[in-house]
Design a binder for this molecule. Structure first.
Ligand code: KIV
Length: 276
C-alpha cells in the first residue's frame, strides 16, 4: 500500500469556521496552472462564471454553459492540493426549480470533484439552497449585485444607496444566511450595509466591491494580476501589471523569429556524434 500522504483539503465547514477568526482569502481560478499558483495562498478558489467574460470574451455571463463550468472546474481541481473549490452554477441551470438545481449541482460535483457550488439569488433562492444542502451539496450564496440578473437590473452598478435597495439586500442576506449556505458572496454594495450584514450573518460574507467589513475577499484573478486592462472598476486593485510584461515578451519573440535568432543552438536538436 502506498504511504504517500495526501495534504488535507480545506472543507466548506473549515471556511464557515473561519468567521470571526481571520479574513478568508478567495480568488477566481479557471485553469490548472493558475490554480497551482493560487492554491498555497488561497482558502477558497472560485471557478466563477465570470470565465465567460474573462476567458471567452463574452459581454456578460448569460451564455455560459454547464459544459464550460465543468471543463474549467475539472481543470482547477487538477491544480489544487489544499484549497476549497467552489464552481459557479451557470445562468438557467438552477432557477427553474429546486429539482433542476439539484440535478445540475450534483452533475457539477460528480464530474469535477469540487467541494461546493455557488448560485446567485436572495429570498427567492433560499428554499433551493436548503433543498441542496440537506441533500449533500454544500452551497455558497451570492447576493447584492448579481451579474446573472444584468438584463433585469439594467446593467452593473453598486447597490444599497437607497433605503429600498438596502432593505432588499438586507432581506436577501438574511434569507441566504439562514438557508444552509456555508458562506455567501456579497457583491457591489456600500460599506455600512456590508458591515451590518457581515455582523449579523451566521456564515462568512465574501466581499467583492463590498468593503473590508466582509469576512473575506474575492477578486477576479485576471483583474488583480493586471492581465485584463480594458477598464478597472473602483473595487479592483492591480497587485501586478502582467499585460505589458506579456506584450513585451511576445514583441521580443516576434522580432527574434523574424531575425532567425530564435531558436538558437541551445534550442535545437542535432544528430548524435558517431563514435570514431
Ligand atoms: O463569477 C465570478 O467570478 C463571481 C465572483 C466575482 C464573485 O461570481
Amino acid at each position: 500500500m502506498s504511504m504517500a500522504v495526501r495534504k488535507k483539503r480545506i472543507s466548506t465547514a473549515d471556511i464557515t469556521a473561519l468567521k470571526g477568526e481571520r479574513p478568508i482569502v478567495c480568488l477566481t481560478a479557471y485553469t490548472t496552472p493558475i490554480a497551482k499558483l493560487l492554491d498555497p495562498h488561497c482558502d477558497l478558489l472560485l471557478v466563477g462564471d465570470s470565465l465567460g467574460m474573462v476567458l471567452y470574451g463574452m459581454t456578460n455571463t448569460i451564455a455560459v454553459t454547464m459544459e464550460m463550468m465543468i471543463a474549467h472546474g475539472q481543470a482547477v481541481m487538477r491544480g489544487v492540493e489544499r484549497g476549497c473549490v467552489t464552481v459557479d452554477m451557470p445562468f438557467g441551470s438552477y432557477q427553474e426549480s429546486k429539482e433542476q438545481a439539484f440535478r445540475n449541482a450534483a452533475r457539477i460535483m460528480k464530474e469535477t470533484g469540487c467541494d461546493s457550488v455557488k448560485l446567485e439569488g436572495g429570498e427567492e433562492m433560499a428554499e433551493t439552497i436548503h433543498f441542496l444542502t440537506t441533500r449533500g451539496i454544500p452551497v455558497m450564496g451570492h447576493v447584492g449585485l448579481m451579474p446573472q440578473q444584468v438584463n433585469t437590473a439594467g446593467g452593473y452598478r453598486s447597490l444599497g444607496r437607497t433605503e429600498a435597495e438596502a432593505d432588499k439586500i438586507r432581506r436577501d442576506a438574511l434569507a441566504i444566511g439562514q438557508s444552509g449556505a456555508f458562506s455567501f458572496v456579497l457583491e457591489g454594495t456600500i460599506e455600512p450595509l456590508a458591515r451590518e450584514i457581515s455582523a449579523a450573518a451566521p456564515v462568512p460574507t465574501i466581499g467583492i466591491g463590498a468593503s473590508p467589513a466582509c469576512d473575506g475577499q474575492v477578486l477576479v484573478v485576471d483583474d488583480m494580476l493586471g492581465v485584463f486592462t480594458d477598464f478597472k472598476p473602483r473595487f479592483v486593485k492591480h497587485f501586478a501589471s502582467l499585460a505589458p510584461v506579456i506584450s513585451k515578451a511576445v514583441e521580443d519573440y516576434a522580432e527574434e523569429v523574424k531575425a532567425r535568432t530564435f531558436p538558437a543552438q541551445e534550442h535545437t536538436f542535432q544528430m548524435k556524434k558517431q563514435p570514431i
